[in-house]
Design a binder for this molecule. Structure first.
Ligand code: ATP
Length: 565
């Protein structure tokens, strides 16, 4: 298949904001892709990726490097390209203009095909160590030299992880249902959503759809791959918790660490994933070792909260301290001693070759207790009671808070495990706090002592589902980050993480791709015309950077409205 064919689809998708039109365009393309003798994995390209969603790695090619690549392919200087970029704000568009101009002078027919593009882009992930940057540059440059204007635009946008065609994973799922099951679209879409949450792999779903409906039943959860975890909804009263979860219900401590899915395949390979599907195996060799020794099963997927504690006092520490360990990729040995962690296992969803997702929670818990060999400050099962008594439940809640836990989780005993869903049969209850998880959408360069860093951050919440503007700004926050690394996330670190995300720059203000999530506390929220949400946080302060969260986890505009006065 020619790459230009795919680029025409991208272009058509970018021209409409109507969801149904997008589904039509995509389903036509999917039917063609199914007939072409290509690889099912090419479907990843529709969302600007070459890897399945369970593999969260990104190309990691900076804007600066892209400018170099465009310069190499077009023969135009990097300075000129930077100037064009500052004017247009889209390197893809810059590449399109330059490559189209260049190709006008030669009688040019693009020879790029999807296979070549996919193979080269995939190779980027194999490049590591010395000289790898040059090799990555060559892989992209080789494609760009052979691209026409439109191809150049989408190639560059793909590598920058910024396709701008407005296709969410839900649109793609709908398009698969529409393409292959037009007469029973709704019913099959439900099935597709269910199995997608198990597989996190569009190629697998696409392949099953081509084979026929029955093939979906063969899709199973497998250890060793990241998976979307089940999430709770929030309640404020114990009575509400019981109303939602039934009586009796299981009540557990809600630990303040970070969610880790621990999986071991039958070859004994242990892997750790966050709820953002990031592989954190290398950051936590201590957890890998404890899981290997103390979880007694040939293969498993255990859902857990990993909590840090003070090595001297043995007291548990809040998430903020452990977040350093998630970020640290090198020299981790020292940090392991300084910030040891304990696994609090609360569910098991795969055991000895079999998926347990369809077992009732109470049965899964029994399996969990059987396989975990509890060892103090290494691994334990979540503290749990089963009761139908509101008084007892409230006592358990108060006690959890007294010993410093975040609150409680209440769980229906008969419910199955639904990966990837906020479900009504598991609820969280904790004291209302004055902070929100928000995403950074812009930043401002500091001055004076803080010159050279981005030191103020424009933060945003989510809009309600069906709107064009996905994120709405609620304030600018400049306090809370640290000067020294030992105290938490620093301005310098934040700047380093934000720079590759910059999409445009105007004076001291930069706009960034919405990716980094921070918890922000504030004094109060007021109506305000300054920000696109119509609300502004007063005296906001970042309490912690949340590397384990993504934009689907942040506060909604309705949450903000509720707190406004
Ligand atoms: P927010 O501040 O937005 O309420 P949160 O972390 O409390 O953030 P959720 O992510 O919805 O909100 O809460 C569920 C999280 O609680 C899980 O993802 C998991 O990391 C954690 N957790 C702690 N203890 C448990 C437990 N016993 N069972 C299930 N989840 C638990």
């Amino acid at each position: 298949m020619k790459y230009s064919e795919l680029c025409n689809v991208y272009e058509a998708l970018s021209k409409t904001s109507k969801r149904l039109e997008k589904v039509d365009i995509l389903s036509d393309f999917l039917k063609k892709l199914a007939k072409s003798k290509g690889d099912n994995k090419w479907i990843y390209l529709i969302r600007g990726r070459v890897l399945p969603d369970y593999d969260a790695r990104e190309f990691g090619i900076s804007r600066q490097l892209i400018i170099k690549i465009i310069s190499k392919a077009s023969g135009v200087s990097s300075d000129q390209i930077t100037k064009d970029f500052n004017k247009i704000g889209d390197l893809g568009q810059v590449a399109e203009n330059l490559m189209a101009k260049k190709k006008q002078h030669t009688l040019y027919h693009s020879s790029l095909n999807v296979e070549k593009v996919f193979t080269n882009l995939k190779k980027i992930f194999e490049m590591e160590g010395k000289g790898s940057v040059d090799k990555k540059v060559s892989l992209v440059a080789e494609l760009l030299v052979n691209a026409n204007g439109l191809e150049a635009k989408y190639l560059i946008r793909t590598v920058l992880n910024d396709l701008r065609i407005g296709v969410a994973d839900s649109t793609l799922r709908e398009s698969i249902a529409e393409a292959f099951f037009p007469d029973e679209r709704k019913e099959v879409l439900n099935k597709i959503e269910e199995v997608y949450d198990l597989a996190n792999d569009f190629a697998q779903i696409f392949e099953a759809a081509i084979k026929g409906k029955k093939a979906f039943d063969e899709i199973e959860i497998i250890p060793g791959k990241a998976m979307n975890v089940m999430l709770p909804v929030k309640v404020t009263e114990i009575s509400e918790a019981f109303r939602m979860c039934g009586k009796p219900a299981a009540i557990e401590h809600k630990y303040d660490g970070f969610r880790v899915v621990i999986s071991k395949n039958k070859n004994g390979n242990v892997k750790l994933f966050t709820r953002r599907l990031e592989d954190v195996t290398n950051q936590f060799p201590d957890v890998v070792s404890v899981a290997g020794k103390n979880i007694k099963a040939e293969s498993f997927i255990v859902d857990s909260e990993v909590v840090g504690y003070d090595p001297k006092t043995k007291k548990y520490k809040p998430f903020e301290s452990i977040s350093q360990r998630i970020k640290r990729k090198y020299h981790i040995e020292k940090l392991i001693d300084e910030l040891p962690v304990e696994i609090n296992a609360f569910d098991v969803i795969y055991l000895n070759g079999k998926s347990l997702v369809n077992l009732p929670f109470i049965e899964r818990r029994k399996h969990l207790e059987k396989i975990i060999k509890v060892e103090k400050l290494k691994v334990r099962t979540a503290e749990q009671i089963i009761t139908d008594d509101e008084k007892k439940a409230l006592e358990f809640y108060k006690n959890a808070l007294k010993i410093g836990e975040e609150g409680i989780m209440v769980k229906n005993l008969d419910s199955i495990y639904k990966p990837g869903r906020r479900v009504g049969h598991m609820v969280k209850m904790k004291p209302s706090s004055r902070d929100f998880d928000l995403v950074i959408v812009g930043a401002m360069h500091g001055t004076g002592k803080r010159a050279g860093w981005l030191t103020s951050y424009i933060v945003a919440c989510r809009n309600n589902k069906d709107s064009k503007d996905k994120f709405l700004e609620v304030g600018m926050v400049s306090s809370g980050l640290k000067e020294k690394e030992s105290e938490g996330t620093t301005y310098k670190e934040m700047t380093k993480m934000l720079k590759p995300l910059i999409t445009s720059e105007k004076g001291r203000i930069v706009r960034v791709k919405p990716k980094l999530v921070v918890s922000v506390t504030y004094q109060n929220i007021q109506k305000s015309p300054t920000y696109s949400s119509g609300y502004a946080m007063r005296f906001p302060r970042i309490t912690v950077y949340r590397p384990d969260r993504n934009t689907s986890d942040i506060a909604n505009i309705s949450d903000i409205k509720k707190e406004a006065n």
